[in-house]
Each structure stands twice: as structure tokens, then as C-alpha cells.
Ligand binder design. Structure first.
Ligand code: PLP
Length: 376
């Protein structure tokens, strides 16, 4: 019997050299959260993003956001403004710090943080409580947010921006690399991201002292003494030298990965262009998305579900767009500034299989099902 293979949303895609670097770690016994692969991977990311950036590789993107908030002195009683339309890992570290998230809705051009709602929220919080301590903006699905507008507002009120670039390695904004557009950026190398170390992340900053402090905090905050001495709270967040070896191999193929994901997007879009109940998110002028995930927007919840269930029937993974944080049970008591944009995306939108390792046959299997869904 001929069985069809399952098609995943976004699966790991090794380039070929990863095992060589992992073997080097074994051969030299650098089986530790430091070593040549950690340094090498940091240098690879640095050259990729631009040499004026400093990079600390960590155990996860979530850890990177947590350290970023720690570096910015976010603590109990503080409010942090966070994009609502995102994955929960953007917002959870606010709670780790004992601070309070305030959620900001998206705008329709990029599906990311609305600069207008951001400024309304800042003014309102200053008037009713105090100035928010930080802003967390997200390049969701690889599409850059409106960095110029967000940075201008942040500067006007002197509030630092944490740039959640977990999904946007390889994306650029007016030719500048995402992850390096603000005070502190973060990347993720989780298994589903555009490149992976199985699990991992990085913190990006232009300030070498901040980088050194991030490394210090991520390795248990040991003071300079022969014995173990600590004058601040440390974390065990550094990346393993074994996993950094995977990262070095992956950095050799990052350009191919971006190209393949963009080709997926273009192929889906070209082949669905005559269905007027389905639409795509185009890049505004100057915005370059790595197209980590190809998303479609349908004209109704019913059509979205019809497509999702038809794909599931054929063992093809798809998923509704992120459920906004202001709608999540865990954040139900949090303040939010919304206008319905992300609620509507959540209701009607669907993520399609988008891995860089999809075959032509895989893409056509997905397309055939969507085209044959009665209401599309
Ligand atoms: C994946 C992701 C994170 C978290 O990264 P991990 O490496 O999985 O901890 C944070 N924010 C966004 C938007 C993500 O997609």
C-alpha cells in the first residue's frame, strides 16, 4: 500500500557540515557550555548581522528575552509594552521578572505592533500610572515591524526596545538585518525556526558591556574570585558547545534557507492568486521577509477551518495564526490596547507548511487540497 508521508509546518533542515563541528566538540572534549564552537557560532552570527553587533549565544530565545529584561532592570511594579499578536514566549519573561505586560495590537500592513496604538498606550500609562519600562516588538513570521516608527516613539519617550527577531533571522528592513535594529535583539534556534541548533537562542547588542553582562548572568553570575562568589542572581542560560556546532553548520546554509522559504511563499501565492477568498501579506517597500512561515488570510472562519481540516485529513500540518496574548487565559487580567486587527487575523488566518526542505510534490499536494476545498 502506498502511504503518503506527513507534511510538517516547519521541520529542521540540516545543511551537511553540522556533524563535522559536533564531532570536533567530541574529539577535543569541549562538551560544555563554552568552547570553540560557541565562539565560532557567535562570530558567524556577528558577520551575518554586521560586525558592529555583539552576540551572546544562549540556551533559548526565551532565555534571551529574559536576560534582555534583566539587563534593562525590569522588575516588580514595572509595566512592559508587548506586541499582542505573537507567541507566548515573547511575553512570559515579563512575568518571570515579576513585571506586568500591557499588550499592543497589530496594524494591517505588517501584522506587527501598531505604532499608533503604541503611542496611545505610552501616553495613557504615563498619565494613569508611570512610564513603561520597555517595549517588546516582534517581527512575526519573518515580516519586519515598522522599526522606524517604533524606534522614533521609543526614543521620544526614552523607552528601550527589545526586538524579538526569533522568527526573522535573514529578514531585512531597508537593508539592515532584523535582530540588529534596536537596543537589544534576540534570535531563536528552536527546531521549527529558519535555522536550528535543536534548541537555542542569542542576544544581540551593539554594546560590548551589555554582551559581557549577558554572558556573565547566563553563566551563574560568578564574581572574579578563586572560590564561588555571587553578588547578583545568575542563570544557567549559556549555549552548549555541542549545539553551537550545529549552529555553525547551519550558518553555512542560511542564504539557501531564506531563498527556499521565499520560494515557497511565491509558489503558494502564484498558484492561489485566482482564488479571491484567500489573500497574502505583501512586503511594504523596503521590507524584506525571510518568509519563515507562509500565512494565508481567508475571508471567513468557516473557510479557514474547512481548509485546515481538509489538510489534516491528508496528514498535512497547518495551524491557525497566533492567538493574541490579550485573548489568552494566562493574560486575561492584563491591560491591552486593541482595535480588532489581531483578533481578525487569528480568526481567519492559517499557517501553511513552509519548511525549506519541502519538495515540489509536497507543495503541490498542499495546493491541490486548498484548490479543491469547496468554498475556496
Ligand atoms: C520561538 C519564539 C520565541 C522563543 O524562542 P525559543 O528559542 O523557542 O525559546 C520567542 N518569540 C517568538 C516570536 C518565537 O517565535
Amino acid at each position: 500500500m502506498l502511504t503518503k508521508t506527513k507534511i510538517y509546518l516547519s521541520s529542521p533542515h540540516m545543511g551537511g557540515s553540522e556533524q563535522k563541528f559536533v564531532n570536533q566538540a567530541f574529539d577535543t572534549n569541549w562538551i560544555a557550555p563554552l568552547g570553540p564552537n560557541v565562539d565560532g557560532f557567535e562570530n558567524d552570527i556577528k558577520s551575518y548581522l554586521g560586525d558592529n553587533n555583539e552576540v551572546a549565544v544562549l540556551s533559548s530565545g526565551t532565555a534571551a528575552i529574559h536576560l534582555a529584561l534583566q539587563l534593562l532592570d525590569v522588575s516588580g511594579g514595572d509595566e512592559v509594552l508587548c506586541q499582542s499578536f505573537t507567541f507566548s514566549a515573547s511575553a512570559n519573561p515579563i512575568l518571570y521578572q515579576g513585571a506586568t505586560p500591557v499588550f499592543i495590537d497589530s496594524e494591517p500592513d505588517t501584522w506587527n505592533m501598531s505604532p499608533e496604538l503604541l503611542e496611545i498606550a505610552i501616553k495613557d500609562r504615563i498619565e494613569k500610572y508611570k512610564k513603561p519600562k520597555a517595549i517588546i516588538a516582534v517581527h512575526l513570521y519573518g515580516m519586519p515591524y515598522k522599526a522606524k516608527e517604533i524606534n522614533e516613539i521609543a526614543k521620544k519617550y526614552n523607552i528601550p526596545v527589545v526586538e524579538d527577531s526569533a522568527e526573522a533571522l535573514g529578514s531585512t528592513y531597508f537593508n539592515q538585518a532584523c535582530g540588529a535594529l534596536s537596543d537589544i535583539g534576540i534570535l531563536s534556534f528552536n527546531g521549527n525556526k529558519i535555522i536550528t541548533t535543536s534548541g537555542g537562542g542569542a542576544l544581540i547588542t551593539k554594546n560590548i558591556e551589555l554582551k559581557n553582562k549577558a554572558v556573565f548572568l547566563s553563566t551563574q553570575a560568578r564574581d572574579n574570585a578563586p572560590h564561588y562568589q555571587h553578588s547578583s542572581v545568575g542563570f544557567n542560560y549559556r549555549m552548549s558547545n555541542v549545539l553551537a556546532g550545529i549552529g555553525r553548520g547551519q550558518m553555512e546554509v542560511i542564504d539557501d534557507r531564506v531563498e527556499a522559504r521565499r520560494n515557497n511563499y511565491n509558489y503558494y501565492k502564484d498558484n492561489l492568486s485566482n482564488i479571491n477568498t484567500i489573500s497574502f501579506l505583501d512586503e511594504p517597500e523596503g521590507f524584506f521577509s525571510n518568509r519563515w512561515i507562509t500565512c494565508i488570510k481567508t475571508n471567513s472562519y468557516e473557510l479557514r477551518e474547512e481548509i485546515r481540516l481538509a489538510l489534516q485529513q491528508d496528514d498535512i500540518e497547518s495551524r491557525p495564526l497566533w492567538k493574541p496574548m490579550h485573548m489568552q487565559p494566562i493574560f486575561k487580567d492584563c491591560l491591552s490596547y486593541t482595535d480588532g486587527t489581531s483578533e481578525n487575523l487569528f480568526k481567519n488566518g492559517l499557517c501553511l507548511p513552509s519548511g525549506s526542505n519541502l519538495t515540489q510534490n509536497d507543495l503541490d499536494r498542499v495546493l491541490n487540497i486548498i484548490k479543491n476545498t469547496p468554498n475556496s
